[in-house]
Structures are given as structure tokens and as C-alpha cells.
Design a protein. Structure first.
Lengths: 151, 151
């Protein structure tokens, strides 16, 4: 658990290492960046979901590869939600993201921590553990979407 | 160099671990996936370029973080170029991608190898090495764009 916590901490630190405002030329790029990172992450997460839900055969190696990618990608999108990036390209991001920054960031950090656990679960090769970790990670996605994403 | 080669090999293996056709529900998703992965990679690569070209101050830690992300992301887009993904969403991908598969794949593998070297160069904290590796990686991007991307 200590190792996990350390990884989660380093992920969170990496995600916020550089001020968001300095990272993108324009708001449009920041929005496209976060949407792109979330889309790629969603594709890989969905493959784990298909295995967890019995819609695809369980392939321990593929699950591990996908979970590792998810854990890496989960660090990225948040830098794309910097000040002034509420507009500039079509987006479902709710304005509350920029007024409830601490809460939004907490949910982002939660996702980071859950994806680290997901990758650890995938590494065990145990489908039961993968299912449980997938469920917890999916809850973490949903918590943020329910609060901060328009339908 | 042996360690580098081993990493490059494992990256290439990971990139082709699962048949592309099985990975996406529809061609549109595959196209969006590869575009998204390339866009996110391009953003991080651009930050290294800004340092390499003197447009941003050299920050060794940021360079290393960005290069690590680039090396991870460079593995992903190629699965999105599977059979039948030449159409389905607006794309600049040329049809030759699907008729010159071996050549396209070689260029993709080259990029993977160059990004691994870029990450190793960034790790040294030496701006000169970073500049050289950035230049080689950029050439690798351009080789593929010149051959396989419409303007």
C-alpha cells in the first residue's frame, strides 16, 4: 500500500507539475487536448470493461497493458482545464469546474488513485480483482461526469 | 544501448499486441483514437521543441516528463490504422497507408525508437543532447507525414 500511495502521489505531482496556462497556445488546444486524452483513456478503459463484464474473453496480458495505459493517461487531462479554458471549442465541461476547483481536483486525484489500483489489480491476473477495481474506477469516472459534464 | 533496444522492442510489441480490428467498435472510433493520441503526443512534443528551439526556457524536469509521455504515447496511434479505417470520419490519412503497410509500420517503429532515445536524452539533463534527439524525432514525424498525410 505504501508503494501504491507513493505512485499515486507522484502521478498527482506530475499532473500538476507545470502551470496549465503556460502549456497551451490557446484555449481551443487545451480543450482538444483534454478531450483527446479522455477519449484515448476511455477506449482502453472500455476494453477492460468488456472483459470485466464478460463481453470479451478475459486476456490477462491485454488487461494489464490496457490498465497501464489508463493509469498513464489518467494523469493528463487535468492540465487542459486551466483558467480560461471553459470556452474556445465545443465542450461539455460545466462552468462549475472553474468555480469548484478544489472539488474538481479531488475527483481527478481520486481517478488517478483508482487507476493505479486498477493497474495493480490487472497485474495479479485475477479476474475477480480486475472486476472489483474496474467497478471502483468506473464510479470515479461517473462521479466527475455527474457533477461536471453536460449531457 | 542494449537496454534501449530492449525497451524499443517491448514498445513495438505492446503496440501490436492485440489485432487492431478487434479493438474498435467502428472505424470512426479508430480514426478518432489515432487522431487523439497523435494530438496529445504533439502537444507534449511541442513543449520539448519550444525548449530545443530556445522559445521556452530549458527546464530539465519538464523536458523529461514530456519526453516520457511522448515515448508512451508514440506506441498508441498505430492500432487505429487497422483495415477498413481509411474512411469513417474526416481524416488526412492517405490511402497508401493501407497499401504500403510494411513501409508505414516501419516508419511507425522508427518513431517509437526515436522517442525512446528522446526520453533517454531528456534524462541526461543535457540541452545539447535533447536538441539532437528532438531533431531526429522530428525528422521521424516528418517522414511519415510527408508520405502518408494529406496537407
Amino acid at each position: 500500500m505504501k508503494a501504491l500511495a507513493a505512485v499515486a502521489l507522484s502521478l498527482a505531482a506530475a499532473a500538476y507539475a507545470v502551470p496549465a496556462a503556460a502549456q497551451f497556445e490557446k484555449a481551443e488546444d487545451a480543450i482538444k487536448y483534454r478531450q483527446s486524452a479522455l477519449f484515448v483513456m476511455g477506449q482502453h478503459f472500455g476494453r477492460i470493461g468488456a472483459m470485466a463484464n464478460g463481453k470479451a474473453p478475459f486476456d490477462a496480458k491485454a488487461a494489464q497493458e490496457n490498465a497501464d495505459i489508463v493509469a498513464q493517461l489518467a494523469k493528463l487531462p487535468w492540465a487542459g482545464f486551466g483558467p480560461g479554458t471553459d470556452k474556445g471549442r465545443e465542450t461539455r465541461a460545466k462552468p462549475e469546474i472553474w468555480t469548484e476547483h478544489a472539488k474538481f481536483r479531488e475527483l481527478a486525484d481520486n481517478l488517478g488513485a483508482e487507476t493505479v489500483k486498477l493497474a495493480a489489480a490487472a497485474k495479479t491476473g485475477d479476474l475477480g480483482k480486475l472486476k472489483a477495481a474496474f467497478g471502483e474506477t468506473a464510479k470515479s469516472c461517473k462521479a466527475c461526469h455527474d457533477n461536471y459534464r453536460n449531457k
